[in-house]
Design a protein around this ligand. Sequence first.
Ligand code: ARG
Length: 459
Amino acid sequence: MWGGRFASGPAEIMEEINASIGFDKRLAPQDIRGSLAHVAMLGQAGILPAEDVAKIEAGLKTVQGEIEAGSFEFRRELEDIHMSVESRLREIVGPSAGRLHTARSRNDQVATDMRLWVRDTLDALDGQAADLQQAMAELALTHAGTVMPGFTHLQSAQPVTFGHHLLAYVEMLNRDRGRFRDARARLNECPLGAAALAGTSFPIDRHATAASLGFDRPTANSLDSVADRDFALEALSAAAIAAVHLSRFAEEIVVWTSAQFGFVKLSDRFTTGSSIMPQKRNPDAAELVRAKSGRIIGALSGLLIVMKGLPLAYSKDMQEDKEGTFDALQTLSLCLAAMAGMVRDLEPVPEVLKVAAGSGYATATDLADWLVRELGLPFRDAHHVTGRLVGEASSRGIGLEALPLAVMQAEEPRITEAVFAVLGVENSVASRTSYGGTAPDNVRAQAEGWLKRLADETA
Ligand code: ARG
């Protein structure tokens, strides 16, 4: 393709380090879409005669068919997807193929292909994240009133409901989806026609190619067009944050399914056995979702480091954007699917959750709040009284609700029988009616709200 001034071919090892066809062949559909838009524009602008345009278009469609059928032969000596497609096109249509590359370069071509791929992938991830939200909101609705321990520092803090806990993730996923969409909106400008770096002397119509590829507009600066990989960085950063969210729920599934917690049961479909320990049911899928966040974060750091300090405009360094971006976004897709599957198969165990919710003096705050509300104690004093009562109960090895009234009155004489009502976990969660709080009625309304929002989105 560029052999004019070369007397010999590349060294074997040069070919190996230089070639990207092994991984950029997945850009074939985007590459052909871009070429079809480009050649149509070249025809409309009168840069290429109609018969060349027709030949090239037909040829590109043949190549597309071969790639889809799996009969296309990818050859390393052709370096990358752009040259592979063009070289095959030449075999099919002859010398007219050479006119396709008028007024463009592989630099604007690869930037366009990558934007198209990332855009398609972000759209798909958004849909998958919505599906996971759906699964979580459905389970949240069923368990709007199922009490469980709420933790801070992984220490029993205050009772919450299982539905409330799930809806926390629905919120996170919603921010993730917002980031996918933001990234998509900023990405949606077309670099095609920036050519190698400076633009072109041909009278091309960049607005036409941008529109035909579904971009909002052409990019405004030709140097930036070929030198920018922000769109991949933004997609990776949104993916990394989403992966971190998934890893947190994955970790909770791992902990909750252990015999020591027993909070939830995970179906056989999402667990594995051990070859030596017959009793084992390992939450491998959750462990892998937890772990795979590592390579997604790694891809983001990797590309940030590739781009750091790169002078304008294109450098071959930028070819290193691909493997990490492909792998990370595909990995996130797998994690979202696995998580949706697990959530749909997850069975909370209400009896265990309820007992756990009451252990660890989780209603101590309810007692302190009662002292404030009913006896008018300043909160700091109520905190102190409650702390002493927890100490007393703890030394007797019993819960707060089992502490005799006389013992409580020894600490604060005005305490009455009525206090016992707030020491139960059900009452505790029911009282948390502040906006965004864990009261079952709140949780039910929020779960219903999410389900409606998700249904409206797809309607
Ligand atoms: N395979 C290259 C990449 O992925 C395409 C652009 C090559 N451009 C060049 N001037 N060598 O970045």
